[in-house]
Design a protein around this ligand. Structure first.
Ligand SMILES: NC(=O)c1ccc[n+]([C@@H]2O[C@H](COP(=O)([O-])OP(=O)(O)OC[C@H]3O[C@@H](n4cnc5c(N)ncnc54)[C@H](O)[C@@H]3O)[C@@H](O)[C@H]2O)c1
Ligand SMILES: O=C(O)C1=N[C@H](C(=O)O)CCC1
Length: 261
């Protein structure tokens, strides 16, 4: 029996790429969508509803959410409460939000996979960054995105920074508290003390989504960079992989890298 998918954000940029990909995949079936603008219509045989509550009345196994930063947490909580596994692509949530969703998911015995970036090459950037952090103390992140992106940092940069802060070596750079001038120009901090990670977010026309980790050591520098193009194609395969696997554990896992060997 195919995994039955409820897709929230079905008519958005990513949703429009996911819906046909799900329909073309034998072991997945799109059974319902959420889109306020397309409510009352259907995508193939799947009815489209105006709200997550209405869509959850249709039997399904997994919610895939590609909506908005101010919507995703409530959507995920509603789906968990209804006993659905959840795949979160939407950006905007951080470690505290995921701790709350983890408690809800464990209480209901369902799985959640949240990835700041479902592209395979962005996932490799995360892996290579975590590997380099074992050897090089000083690292900062630059987050590039379109002028209109509503959240900062990106989901990609946030997951990377929060993970990196848990494994990196202490920085040798001057603590932000000891910086004069305009300390905010040193970026936003994730983590605590000398192992916190600084993220610098740029929002400019011409970018879709890019992330750069820069490692500095005496007299040398390593830059690892990912840039996404203008289509949603890079996120489809990773999202579908997560939808297939998410019933395999209880609670929240973060990062597509947790599904790669
Ligand atoms: N994790 C990843 O790999 C990845 C990849 C691409 C985008 N994203 C993130 O996914 C999110 C969606 O991106 P997008 O470019 O598709 O956005 P989009 O604006 O094109 O689409 C979002 C959709 O959600 C709908 N929506 C808004 N409020 C809603 C609600 N209350 N219930 C249901 N649907 C609602 C909108 O109408 C829209 O169709 C963003 O946060 C983006 O940063 C993540
Ligand atoms: O276009 C966006 O918005 C994207 N958001 C994700 C993020 O916040 O990291 C990644 C992919 C594109």
């Amino acid at each position: 029996m195919p995994v039955r998918i409820l897709l929230a954000g079905a008519t958005g940029w990513v949703g429009r790429a996911l819906a046909p990909a799900i329909a073309a995949t034998a072991d997945l079936a799109l059974v319902a969508g959420v889109s306020r603008s397309a409510a009352g219509t259907a995508i193939g045989d799947a009815p489209v509803f105006a709200s997550i509550e209405e869509a959850l009345a249709v039997p399904s196994d997994v919610l895939i959410d590609y909506t908005k930063p101010n919507v995703v947490k409530a959507n995920a909580a509603a789906a968990i409460a209804a006993g659905r596994h959840v795949v979160i692509g939407t950006s905007g949530l951080g470690a505290d939000d995921y701790a709350e969703l983890d408690a809800l998911a464990r209480a209901k015995g369902v799985g959640v996979l949240a990835a700041g970036n479902f592209s395979i090459t962005a996932t490799l950037l995360k892996r290579f960054t975590l590997e380099a952090a074992k050897y090089v103390s000083d690292v900062e992140i630059i987050d590039y995105a379109s002028a209109g992106k509503p959240d900062a940092p990106s989901g990609t940069a946030r997951e990377l920074a929060e993970t990196l802060a848990g494994v990196r070596r202490p920085a040798t750079s001057r603590p932000i508290e000891e910086v004069s001038g305009v300390p905010a120009t040193r970026g936003g901090s994730f983590g605590e003390g000398a192992t916190r990670v600084q993220v610098h977010a740029l929002r400019l026309p011409s970018f879709v989504l890019g992330v750069e980790t820069i490692f500095g050591a005496p007299d040398e520098r390593l830059t690892i960079r990912h840039d996404a193009g203008s289509s949603a194609a890079p996120y489809v395969a990773g999202t579908l992989l997560a939808a297939r696997k998410v019933a395999g554990w209880t609670g929240v896992r973060r990062g597509l890298d947790t599904l790669l060997d």
